[in-house]
Write a protein that binds this ligand. Structure first.
Ligand code: WTA
Length: 676
């Protein structure tokens, strides 16, 4: 029985109300709404869409096709004749309904250094800043449909930049600030941005790191010739020289006249009048690049109406949010979690959202919990990797703080192991707070499998049950046949939900190939999952060539192509292995060119090369010099065998008779530090 069968078979009363409830309070309520969402998605999502303000409310709700074999092919449209503006829904409408909301705090800015002056930004202030910055964009020729690359640290200006794009209908493409010049250049050129928004520096863990400098390098690359304008926020604008750690470095900034502009200068030239652009529900809102199993990063494309309807509803129900509560998500806006659950989900629900610039271990490992007390945070959402790194320290770093304000704790990004779950629950949450372990992806836009607080029992390590509208289905990887739970298989989703990506930017073919060709008629997640007899879902991790390391997705193909750019390398194969702290570790088999000597120095140099080419957050853990790799007779590297060697699970290598030279395997096992 699949979880949906469990749900559908139970006695449910039909949902006959004219609106959705404020909160989901009972399992029966969940069941009747779940039944409505799968049996009559048009009705359910009409009710959900009514939570937003539309210039024109849609009459067409769901119009989707998942089967590539049909004449139409894969196509996803929601609310297609609806007209709305995302920024209006996140800001203006709250104040329009109740002018006093202008005084409510929209963003609490928690700086790395604690000396910053501006901590609390009200809805009225945020709206004014967004309008003014939107006018700066307009002055620089940005129009509806233009792509804007945003390369910023975690500061309030970053939120302003995204919302300003949404206001005027420009498509933002945020690139995480840790990515290298090369990676930014690749992402700028793929979507042909003509403008880049950046900041001179970012400050994290007491260190000042250049961002504009990396853009300068990216823009020297041939593929970035489309960029005409760089708008630069000054990170410490308004601070005195003594408070400003970056003052000295700023003096050596490169400046290209006619291309580079300080935002604070440009803001002097604009007023704060800027009407939101009415957007069709299916107009693109943003592109966000994510790693794929092969080749270039994928430009995941999200649109306007379905995305906002979905992130808004999931935020509301999964955090059981009531305006007035303080919510904090520790994700960077460079990732989907930052888009959906630092900015769009919270603000569309009139939440107070915390923007955190720093890191969990600076100035010490009590940082998160001190912030919780300082701002009286009620809902706290982070990644298992952060939890695991903090639980390695003495519990007193947590227990010396109060944390009484906390009501809900959330996790995302990778499977949370039961020990970490337990520590989060008992030590951080004093066994009092509900934990929501939310499974979802860049591609899904919002939460897919997740508890709804206090509506059903939790099991530490399980994301539990599907959200409204989400029908899960497992498949057997070998037979390609559907599996009935209880079972373990590849996780797919039957039928569309409004928050899902519509395509890859200008590459619909690859979109279909990656997500819809593996199991015709289904969305393929790329994750493995076990569904137990009670319908609870346990995600087992990626089943493709994407690694999830400390919550970051890294395509092994990207690392391989970085390694072979090193002059000494002829070939590379990268696989993951289980790591208790980081979820996975990165193991690189490297074949050197003839005459190149193996050495520790070369290992270090290879690690450096990968970090320079992709980004400092990508770190090979083990470099294994291998004169030979296991290959089929046609020359294809058998990564399946490499994975088994490093896992290590050398007694289950499977059939190696198809290898060109089976003796290679023994050689590799002998030299592998993990096999012994
Ligand atoms: C993994 C992040 C287990 C999964 C929102 C997925 C998880 C990938 C969970 C997407 C979870 C995310 N339990 N695994 N609660 N949440 N994952 O695109 O492998 O950065 O496919 O989106 O992270 O990562 P992405």
């Amino acid at each position: 029985m699949s979880s949906s069968t469990v749900i559908n078979n139970s006695s449910t009363t039909a949902w006959d109300q004219s609106s959705l409830p404020e909160k989901i309070q009972t399992f029966d309520e969940y069941k009747s709404l779940y039944a409505l969402s799968t049996e009559n998605p048009d009705r359910f999502w009409t009710l959900a869409a009514q939570r937003l303000d539309w210039y024109q409310f849609p009459t067409k709700i769901k119009n989707t096709e998942f089967d590539y074999r049909t004449e139409r092919g894969v196509e996803i449209k929601w609310f297609e004749d609806g007209v709305l503006n995302v920024c209006y829904n996140c800001l203006d409408r709250h104040i329009a309904k109740d002018p006093s909301v202008g005084e409510q705090v929209a963003i609490i800015f928690e700086t790395d250094k604690l000396t910053e002056k501006r901590h609390h930004i009200t809805y009225a202030e945020l709206l004014r800043d967004v309008k003014r910055f939107a006018n700066v964009l307009k002055n620089h020729g940005v129009k509806k449909g233009d792509r804007v690359t945003i390369y910023m640290p975690m500061i309030v200006d970053t939120c302003v930049a995204l919302l300003a794009c949404a206001r005027i209908g420009a498509i933002h493409s945020v690139v995480f600030g840790g990515f290298s010049s090369h990676s930014v250049a690749e992402r700028i050129s793929d979507c042909e941005s003509t403008i880049v928004i950046t900041s001179d520096f970012g400050v994290r863990g007491g260190k000042c790191t250049p961002l504009k400098g990396k853009i300068d390098v990216a823009l020297t690359m041939e593929q970035c010739k489309s960029v005409k304008t760089v708008l630069v926020f000054q990170r410490n604008h308004g601070l005195s020289a003594t408070e400003d750690d970056c003052a000295e470095q700023r003096s050596s900034l490169l400046w290209v006249d006619g291309r580079d502009y300080w935002v604070h200068d440009e803001l002097e030239k604009v007023d704060d009048k800027c009407d939101p652009e009415p957007m069709n529900a299916e107009d693109p809102l943003f592109i966000l690049y994510t790693s794929g199993s092969t080749g270039k990063p994928k430009g995941i494309l999200h649109t306007t109406g379905g995305y906002l309807t979905y992130v808004s509803l999931t935020f509301k129900y999964v955090f059981a949010y009531t305006p007035g509560e303080v919510y904090m998500c520790t994700a960077d806006v460079g990732w989907i979690t930052g888009h959906s659950y630092v900015i769009y989900g919270p603000l569309s629900n009139r939440a107070t959202t915390v923007v955190f610039e720093g890191i969990p271990t600076y100035p010490d490992v009590s940082r998160f919990w001190n912030i919780v007390d300082k701002h009286q945070i009620n809902i706290f959402y982070t990644a298992p990797t952060a939890i695991r790194s903090l639980m390695a320290h003495d519990d007193s770093f947590v227990t010396r703080t109060s944390r009484k304000s906390l009501r809900i704790l959330g996790t995302v990004g990778e499977p949370i192991n039961p020990e970490a779950w337990k520590w989060y629950h008992t030590i951080v949450g004093d066994s009092r707070c509900t934990i929501v372990d939310t499974w979802w992806q860049t591609e899904t836009g919002g939460f897919m499998i997740t508890p709804i607080p206090n509506v059903w029992e939790l099991e530490g390590g399980s994301a539990t049950l599907p959200f409204f509208g989400i029908q899960t289905q497992l498949f057997n990887k070998e037979t390609r046949q559907p599996l009935q739970p209880p079972n373990t298989g590849e996780l797919c989703i039957r039928d569309s939900w409004p928050g899902q990506a519509r395509s890859l930017y200008r590459n619909h073919e690859r979109f279909v190939d990656v997500y819809f060709r593996p199991y015709p008629g289904y969305y393929f997640s790329g994750d493995g999952c076990e569904i137990k007899a009670n319908g609870y879902h346990w995600i087992t991790g990626r089943v493709d060539d994407v690694l999830v390391i400390s919550g970051h997705n890294i395509g092994t193909a990207e690392v391989e192509s970085a390694l072979v750019q090193h002059a000494g390398v002829s070939e590379a194969a990268v696989v993951g292995y289980p790591d208790p702290k980081k979820n996975q570790g990165m193991y690189c088999f490297v074949t050197l060119k003839d005459g190149v000597e193996e050495s520790d120095a070369l290992q270090k140099d290879l690690i450096k090369t990968v970090r320079e080419i992709i980004g400092a957050h990508v770190f090979p853990d083990i470099i294994h010099f291998a004169p030979n790799l296991p290959k089929t007779r046609s020359g294809k590297i058998m990564r399946r065998i490499l994975r088994k060697i490093v896992e290590p699970d050398v007694h289950n290598l499977g059939d190696i008779s198809t290898l060109n030279d089976p003796s290679v395997v023994d050689e590799l096992i002998k030299k592998c530090p993990r096999s012994h």
